[in-house]
Design a protein around this ligand. Structure first.
Ligand SMILES: [Zn+2]
Ligand SMILES: [Zn+2]
Length: 123
């Protein structure tokens, strides 16, 4: 007996069938239902976004939202302080540095990752 959780049967979120669970042979080894290869959200921490008809589609079978993927980031801004009047300090809005903190589907708020071969640029 190993300490890994045995993957046997789970309810498929797309068709509702009690299906056996398999691992799809991708880089991130997504855990999917055997019947329709739908990702099982509660067995996957972070799934790769799908691209369908030029849109980013949520990979989770029970969601599947199109164009609802967002980047989460954390910004640090340096605002210089000056005394503008007696008793008042003013802060000028300065340069900010953004750090990406991952991606999520805004519909189901689950974490996702970007598909291979795509590069993210900010506009
Ligand atoms: Zn199914
Ligand atoms: Zn979603």
């Amino acid at each position: 007996m190993t300490d890994a959780t045995p993957l046997d049967r789970e309810e498929s979120p797309r068709c509702g069938e009690e299906s056996s669970v398999i691992t799809r042979g991708e880089l991130d080894s997504s855990i999917v239902s055997a019947c329709c290869e739908t990702l099982i959200p509660w067995l996957n921490e972070e799934a790769t976004v799908l691209v369908e008809d030029g849109k980013l589609v949520c990979p989770y079978g029970d969601c599947g939202a199109a164009d609802d993927i967002a980047e989460l980031d954390v910004a640090t801004r340096t605002n210089e302080l000056t005394i503008s009047a007696p008793g008042h300090i003013s802060a000028s809005l300065g340069d900010s540095t953004f750090e990406s903190d991952g991606f999520e589907c805004q519909r189901c708020t689950r974490r996702v990752s970007l598909p291979d071969g795509y590069e993210l640029t900010h506009s």
